[in-house]
Design a binder for this molecule. Sequence first.
Ligand code: 5GP
Ligand code: ZN
Length: 113
Amino acid sequence: MCVFCKIINKELPAKIVYEDELVVAFHDINPQAPIHILIVPKEHIPTVNDLEEKHKELIGHIFLVAKKIAKDMGFAENGYRILINCNKDGGQEIYHIHYHLFAGKPLGKMICE
Ligand code: 5GP
Ligand code: ZN
């Protein structure tokens, strides 16, 4: 079972900030910004390449969850960044789709090194 499935199943601890029937969101263990949250679907979908028509509603739902977390945690107005990595060249390390949510300071330009 992958690391995020273990967090979803509560077999691994995480600082959960939001949970519903479709997703769980928790603080990244190695934050890259003052606020760094991962929003993860409960369904084990390895990468963006594995998304199908049936996932359309889930994907839309995740953006609404990101919006809700931003509002509830108080950084909606200042702003934030949502990011997804796909496969090796995209820098993906955990092969269970997750949306990075970064906030808490001006994040500057996106740099793709
Ligand atoms: P990726 O590079 O796959 O897009 O991002 C994986 C993210 O998961 C990284 O930012 C990494 O710090 C985070 N991460 C890896 N293992 C764990 C864990 O066990 N718990 C939490 N909370 N985050 C993790
Ligand atoms: Zn998984």
